[in-house]
Write a new protein. Structure first.
Length: 529
C-alpha cells in the first residue's frame, strides 16, 4: 500500500481532500514516511498490529499508509464501537500500538478508552502493561493529553530517532501476499471476526475496480462518505492512488458540507453506496440549484426501483450497483458504466476480472442453474486469507478448493451477472452496517432479568432494518423496555441497540428451534398496524 503513494509523489495532483485539509501526492508521501518513522521509533516491527481509532480525517490516512510502509498490519477499528467491543477487538487482534484522536462531532474516544484501560494512568506511556489488552504497549493520542498515553507532539518528534532509509528498507521487504489489514466485521458469531486481507487483495483489487469499472484517470475526482474503518472507505482511496486521481472524503457526513464538496471539487465519480446517504444529497433544499454536472457515475446499493429514481433525478450520471464484502476487499461485482440501462439498474453486474463466483444449494453445495437462487461463493486473488485466530470459522466458510461461502443469496443470469436475493445468515444490515443478532443477544443476556433473548430485524424507513429484541424474563423478574435499551446504550454500538423490545412468555417453535421468521413477521405486522 505504501508504494502506491510513493509511486505518485512526482504527480502534481491533489491526492486527498477532507473538509478541513488537503494534500498533494508529494505531501502525502512525506507525511506517511514521517508517521512510519515515528512508529518505528516506538519499536513497531514488521507484522505488529497497529490499531486506528479516529474520525475520518487526514491523520487516519497517514496512519494507514505509514503502518503499511513498515510491513506492520493496520487494524482499523469501527468508530461506533463502545467499551465492550473495543476491549474485545484490541485484545483479540494482539494490538501492539493504538493510535487515536478526538471524535469531533462523534464519540468521545478518549473517554471510552479510559473506561476500557483505566490502568494506563500512572504507567510509562512507552511501556504499558494493561490487564485487558496483553499486547498493547502504547496508546498515541492525537487529541488532548491523557495520563499514560503518548502525546502527539512526542510521537511526531520521535520520527527524528529513525532515519528514512530504515523505513524504506522495511518497505521494500513487504510481501505482496503479506497481511496488509486486519479488519473486523460482524457476522453470525457472537463477536466480531477479524478478516486477514493481503496487500495484493487490497492494492490489486482496488486498482482493478478503479480502472475497469470506474474508469478513473488522473483527471478524476472521487467522492466517498463511507467511514475509513470500512473497506468502502479504504479501497476506493487506494484505487484513486493507483491511477493518481483525487480522493475526496466527506469527513463526518453532513449533507450541507457534502453537497458543497461535490460541487466545489468538481467530483466526477460519487460513491455514496447507501441510499440513506444519497437521499441526504438529493433531498437537500439546495440540490436543484447546485451544479453537479461534473458527476458522470454514481454507485449506490439499492433496489432497482430506487436506482431508477436516483438516475431520473440526475439523468446525466449513470447509476451502478454492486455486491461487496470485507472478505472480498469490497466490490466483488459491478456493472460497467456503458452497460445497458436494465443491466446497470437491475443487476449487480459481473465479477471483477480474476475473481470467480458460483451459486450453490446452501445444503448440498451443488452448483445451481442460471436463474435459480442459491448461496453465493467466490474465490480469487482478493479473497481474504481467513479469520484471525479462528480456524474453525475459516474452515467452515472456505473449502479445500478455495471457495468462500458468503451466506448471501443470489441468482446469476446466463451471462454471469448477479441479482441479490437476501441473506442466509442470521445477520441484520442496519444502514449498511453488519449486525450479528447473536452478538446483540449475547450482550442483552447479561442483564440479570433476562432469561431468553432473540434479536431479529424490524423494518425501518431510514435504515432499511433495525434490531428488535424479543425477551422472556427470568421467573419472578421484571424489566421495562426502556431499561433493556438503557442497558445497551454506551456499551454496544448505537446501531446494534434494539429499537424495539417486546416481552414474551411463549415462543414460536420448530422442533427445538425458535422460529425467528415468525418473530420478524410479528414485529413487521405490529409496525404496519
Amino acid at each position: 500500500m505504501g508504494d502506491l503513494v510513493d509511486g505518485r509523489a512526482a504527480v502534481s495532483n491533489t491526492a486527498v481532500v477532507f473538509p478541513e485539509a488537503r494534500v498533494t501526492y508529494a505531501e502525502l508521501a512525506e507525511l506517511t514516511d514521517r508517521f512510519a518513522r515515528s512508529l518505528r521509533s516506538l519499536g513497531v516491527e514488521p507484522g505488529d498490529k497497529v490499531a486506528i481509532l479516529m474520525p475520518n480525517q487526514l491523520e487516519f490516512v497517514a496512519a494507514l499508509i505509514g503502518i503499511a510502509k513498515l510491513g506492520a498490519v493496520g487494524v482499523p477499528i469501527n468508530g461506533r464501537f463502545k467499551a465492550n467491543e473495543l476491549s474485545y477487538v484490541i485484545d483479540h487482534a494482539d494490538v501492539r500500538v493504538l493510535v487515536t484522536a478526538a471524535g469531533g462531532t462523534g464519540p468521545d474516544y478518549a473517554a471510552i478508552l479510559e473506561e476500557v484501560f483505566p490502568d494506563a494512568a500512572g504507567q510509562d506511556a512507552r511501556a504499558l502493561n494493561l490487564a485487558s489488552a496483553r499486547g498493547l504497549r502504547q496508546i498515541i493520542s492525537f487529541g488532548d493529553p491523557v495520563p499514560g498515553w503518548v502525546l502527539r507532539s512526542e510521537f511526531e518528534a520521535a520520527a527524528e530517532e529513525t532515519p528514512l532509509e530504515e523505513v524504506k528498507t522495511l518497505q521494500a521487504r513487504v510481501l505482496v501476499r503479506g497481511t496488509g489489514l486486519l479488519m473486523y466485521t460482524s457476522g453470525t458469531t457472537a463477536k466480531p471476526k477479524g478478516c486477514l486481507l493481503s496487500h495484493e487483495a487490497l492494492v490489486r483489487h482496488s486498482g482493478n475496480v478503479a480502472q475497469t469499472r470506474f474508469l478513473l484517470t488522473e483527471e478524476d475526482v472521487f467522492w466517498d462518505p463511507l467511514p475509513l474503518f470500512h473497506c468502502g472507505g479504504i479501497c476506493p482511496m487506494l484505487g484513486c492512488f493507483s491511477v493518481g486521481a483525487t480522493y475526496c472524503h466527506a469527513g463526518h457526513f453532513n449533507p450541507d458540507v457534502s453537497l458543497r464538496m461535490l460541487a466545489d471539487e468538481r467530483v466526477t465519480v460519487a460513491y455514496p453506496a447507501f441510499e440513506t446517504i444519497w437521499l441526504g444529497i438529493l433531498n437537500h433544499p439546495d440540490f436543484e440549484t447546485t451544479d453537479l454536472s461534473s458527476i458522470r457515475l454514481i454507485q449506490n446499493i439499492a433496489t432497482p426501483e430506487k436506482l431508477a429514481q436516483f438516475e431520473a433525478r440526475m439523468p446525466w450520471a449513470r447509476q451502478v450497483s454492486s455486491y461487496g464484502s470485507t472478505e472480498c476487499a469490497t466490490n466483488l461485482t459491478l456493472p460497467h458504466p456503458d452497460d445497458p440501462y436494465e443491466v446497470r439498474i437491475g443487476t449487480l453486474g459481473h465479477p471483477l476480472d480474476g475473481m470467480e463466483v458460483k451459486v450453490v444449494d446452501p445444503e448440498t453445495r451443488r452448483e445451481r442453474d442460471p436463474g435459480t437462487v442459491g448461496e453465493l461463493c467466490f474465490r480469487g486473488y482478493s479473497r481474504f486469507d481467513g479469520y484471525y485466530k479462528d480456524e474453525a470459522q475459516t474452515a467452515a466458510t472456505i473449502d479445500e478448493d478455495g471457495w468462500f461461502y458468503t451466506g448471501d443469496l443470489v441468482s446469476a443470469d446466463k451471462a454471469g451477472r448477479l441479482v441479490y436475493a437476501g441473506r442466509l445468515k442470521d445477520m441484520l444490515k442496519v444502514g449498511g452496517e453488519n449486525v450479528s443478532a447473536l452478538e446483540v443477544e449475547d450482550y442483552i443476556a447479561r442483564h440479570e432479568a433476562v432469561d431468553i433473548v432473540q434479536v431479529v430485524s424490524a423494518p425501518d424507513a431510514r435504515y432499511t432494518e433495525v434490531p428488535a429484541a424479543f425477551i422472556q424474563l427470568r421467573p419472578g423478574a421484571s424489566a421495562e423496555a426502556r431499561e433493556i435499551i438503557d442497558f445497551c446504550l454506551g456499551q454496544i454500538a448505537s446501531f446494534k441497540v434494539p429499537r424495539y423490545v417486546r416481552f414474551v412468555t411463549e415462543w414460536p417453535m420448530s422442533g427445538t428451534k425458535i422460529q425467528k421468521y415468525v418473530l420478524r413477521k410479528w414485529i413487521a405486522d405490529e409496525l404496519r398496524s
